[in-house]
Design a protein around this ligand. Structure first.
Ligand code: SF4
Ligand code: SF4
Length: 286
C-alpha cells in the first residue's frame, strides 16, 4: 500500500516569491511530503488541512492578514520562512522608525523610501513608450522587444496560438477550480471544464500554459479587441464565452470570474480601459 505522506502547504503573503523558487529548486522533499497548496504552482480557493504550513512573505495587506489567520486554523505546524515572514523584509525596514534610527544616520534616513498608501502602474506618473506584458514576459517576448523580428505577425489572441479545437457538443456543467488529471491535448480546455480566458487574452506567449493543459489566466492582458472596451464590457464578454461554450450556471460563471485564480490577472484588463484611464495604444504593446 502506498505510504501516506504528510501534507504541506505554502502560503504566500507579500514577498517576492524567491522563497518558493528556492523550494522548487530542491526536489528531495517531493518524496517525503505531499504539496497540496502553493499559489505559484497549485491553486485552490482555501488552504486545505495540512501537517505543515510554510508561510513566506510579510503581512503587508489586509488580505495577507485574513489569509494568514484563516490558514493557521487548518495547520498542525506553522513555519515562518525567509526574511519577509520573519521580519517583514525590506518594506518593513522602510516603515520602522526605531530600526531606521538604529542603523541609519539622520541624513540617510531621508533616503530610505517609505511605502506609499497604494501601488500604481508606472504610467500613472510617466509617459511610457512601449509595454511588454506578461507575468513574466517570456524570453521570446523580451527578444521581440529588444531585437524585433520584422516578419513577426502577432496573432489575435491566445486561442490562435493554442491550437486546441473548440467543440460545440461538449459542454461541461461545472468548472474545476484546479487541475484534475490530464486534459485531452486536442480539445479546448473550456469544453473540458477549465475556465480558460485565452479568447480574450493578448497572444505572444505561444500559449505557454494552455498547450500543456493549464487554462490561460490572462497574464498578457487584453487582446487588441478588448483594449477599447470599458471594464464592464470586457468582463461581460468573457462571461458570454463561458456561457456559450458550457452549461455552467450563470452564478457559477460570475463566481469563477471573480475567483482568486482569475481575478489575480483579470483585474489588470481594467488598466487598459480607454474610457476611464489614460489610453495605452495597441501599437505600444509588445
Ligand atoms: S484552451 Fe483556452 S486558449 Fe486554447 S482554444 Fe480553448 S479557450 Fe482558447
Ligand atoms: S497562456 Fe495566458 S496565462 Fe499563460 S503565459 Fe500566455 S497569456 Fe499568460
Amino acid at each position: 500500500m502506498a505510504r501516506q505522506l504528510p501534507k504541506f502547504a505554502v502560503l504566500q503573503l507579500s514577498g517576492c516569491a524567491g522563497c518558493e523558487v528556492s523550494l522548487l529548486n530542491s526536489t528531495e522533499w517531493l518524496y517525503n511530503f505531499e504539496l497540496v497548496y502553493m499559489p505559484l504552482v497549485i491553486s485552490a480557493s482555501n488552504v486545505p488541512s495540512v501537517d505543515v504550513l510554510l508561510v513566506s512573505g510579510g503581512v503587508q495587506t489586509s488580505e495577507d492578514l485574513y489569509k494568514l489567520l484563516r490558514a493557521v486554523n487548518s495547520a498542525k505546524e506553522i513555519v515562518a520562512v525567509g526574511t519577509c515572514a520573519i521580519s517583514g523584509g525590506i518594506t518593513n525596514l522602510g516603515n520602522r522608525d526605531d530600526v531606521r534610527q538604529m542603523f541609519l544616520s539622520e541624513a540617510e534616513r531621508f533616503h530610505l523610501p517609505r511605502m506609499l498608501p497604494k501601488c500604481h502602474p508606472i504610467d500613472d506618473y510617466v509617459e511610457v513608450d512601449r509595454y511588454l506584458s506578461g507575468c513574466p514576459p517570456t524570453p521570446e517576448l523580451f527578444m521581440q522587444l529588444l531585437v524585433p523580428d520584422p516578419d513577426y505577425v502577432p496573432k489575435r489572441n491566445v486561442c490562435q496560438e493554442c491550437g486546441r479545437k473548440k467543440l460545440k457538443d461538449m459542454k461541461p456543467d461545472h468548472f474545476f477550480y484546479s487541475q484534475r488529471g490530464s486534459p485531452d491535448p486536442d480539445i479546448c480546455l473550456i469544453n473540458q471544464g477549465y475556465p480558460c480566458v485565452g479568447t480574450s487574452t493578448r497572444a505572444g506567449c505561444n500559449a505557454l500554459c494552455t498547450k500543456p493543459g493549464h487554462p490561460c489566466v490572462g497574464c498578457r492582458g487584453p487582446s487588441d479587441a478588448f483594449i477599447d472596451k470599458n471594464a464592464q464590457d470586457w468582463f461581460d464578454s468573457i462571461g458570454k464565452v463561458f456561457e456559450k461554450m458550457t452549461d455552467v450556471p450563470t452564478e457559477e460563471i460570475q463566481a469563477i470570474l471573480r475567483s482568486p485564480q482569475l481575478s489575480l490577472f483579470l483585474f489588470q484588463f481594467a488598466d487598459y480601459d480607454h474610457v476611464n484611464k489614460k489610453p495605452r495604444p495597441k501599437e505600444k504593446i509588445v
